[in-house]
Design a protein around this ligand. Sequence first.
Ligand code: GAL
Length: 633
Amino acid sequence: MKRTLGVCYYPEHWPEDAWPEDARRMADAGLTWVRIGEFAWSRLEPAPGRLDFDWLDRAIATLGAAGLKVVLGTPTATPPRWMVDRHPDMLAVDSRGRPRNFGARRHYCFSHRGYLQECVRIVTLLAERYGRNPHVAAWQTDNEYGCHDTVLSYSDAARHAFRDWLAQKYQSAQALNRAWGNVFWSMEYDSFDQIDLPNLTVTEPNPAHVMDFRRFASDQVVAFNRAQAEVIRRHSDAPIAHNYMGRITEFDHFAVGADLDIASWDSYPLGFLSDRLEADKAHKSAFLRQGDPDFQAFHHDLYRAVGRGRWWVMEQQPGPVNWAPWNPAPLPGMVRLWTWEALAHGAEAVCYFRWRQAPFAQEQMHAGLLRPDSAPAPGLAEAAQVARELEQAPDAAAAPGDVALVFDYESAWAWDTQPQGADFDYFRLVFAWYRALRRLGLNIDILPPDTADLSAWKLVLVPGLFTLRARLRAALATAGGAVVLGPRTNAKTPDFAIPPALPPDLPGLDARVARVESLPPGARVGLEGGGAFAHWAEEVEGSAPVIRRRADGLPALMGSPALQYLTGWPCDTTLRTLLREICRQQGIATRDLPEGLRTRVAGGLRFWFNHAAEPVACEGQDIPPAGVIWAPV
Ligand code: GAL
């Protein structure tokens, strides 16, 4: 498959006579795709029912005439002002009961029926008009579901929809009371109409109540997206994508992805390092201009799974952004490195955000490939370089992973609802495992929690999965290699209670978590022979063989070589040591990579990415700072 590059463009921001020159320069830079339209509702429909699509016809024709392929976005992330006048109760409401007002974007509640109908209407008009347009070669639904904390809404619309959702699920209030344990604190209900959303309670609401609200909220995103995808499919054969984000876990991306053809995500490595990653000062300063060496790769692997193999980067950072606490400029070479790293993880396309820096409004300090005066910004030359390299380079097809790691959105909600220790965060836990595997030089596949067949991997890791569903439980029995679970895996029933037999409650593993403790920063539970647990440690009973002990003699790792349970959250170096040893036992070759160097095998090539600000020598190769090299395996 030919891998391609693209750019995000807003024709409605620029005079029409600039479009042909913009299109020509995009094509000259070697770009294939141009994504447009996703925020243009006020120009497509300036007043209710008064449509103006002519300018979009001309924009698509101009871009198409330059040989570009269009990704057409649906404009539903930015309902215009008149929409709010028409549906004043469509605004999302925050957990303190305050409406999220007009004046930015994403100010809608996923549960509002009237707004959903408006979305179906505008998407139908777009799909009818452009569904067979030869230049419209892909679609994007909405923009970044969940951005700006917008999945959870405590509106009246959400309350009514939640009651319906609960009635469907439980059928009777008595069944709900039993499932939630509402006898506790006299929280029993007689009817679904009495149930409120779990906000504004005196102290913490019942975690089972919160968990169902989180599931409901995720289902609302899925339904909202599905309504758009169904309309587009009726009129177009072009693939449909959505652009997900980094470290957003508020909805189940696997469930949204099931209705789409392509998963894509928006990759802002420097912004993420600054505001979305727990890391010490030394790490943040070492990677200030490069971004974290693993954060992007994690999402590449995650979204490859969400897209069932088909995925893109829809927005790639091209220079400094505007939205993080600090917004440094990338080291020369990083735009190219980020692009190649995505391609080596199997991205079909990488699109830069945005073509020209806008001199007005919220994002005027956000770089583009062009400066506001249309002169090239530094990112443009790097994008053009990758475009040239792609013409020569062999296809970096996705390669099967050495190791698989299960990732589950419900578990993120579960441990957010009941962290038990202030820094117990599911993403943080799984990402620590991912990072350890990357430092060992491995190709990693991320798997959804309902994976039915684990036979392809020599090692499958399942940290922190809050409940083990039947399908994965069955797959464990036929896994091709070793499975390592824990800490906190299968610690709850689906109803958010402690399993009667005590976790982890796994066939073939006589182990019971008798007590857990969470640990504040700096506190450690030492392991025999060195290393330690931080954040979380479990006291586990049972007759399963102990593979590794804590310094106090309690089990740290127990089970058989095929099925092991880890009883705590290892410190980073301890985790790497444990995983290196488990890999060795499974015959998986590992390397010990320096802090900024990462590697991946794809399409018969081994790629090396130097995320460090200094050159690095590795296996006979010298790699410059921000350098990428590849060679046949
Ligand atoms: C993304 C968003 C874009 C733009 C960009 C700025 O989250 O999809 O519309 O706001 O961030 O970095």
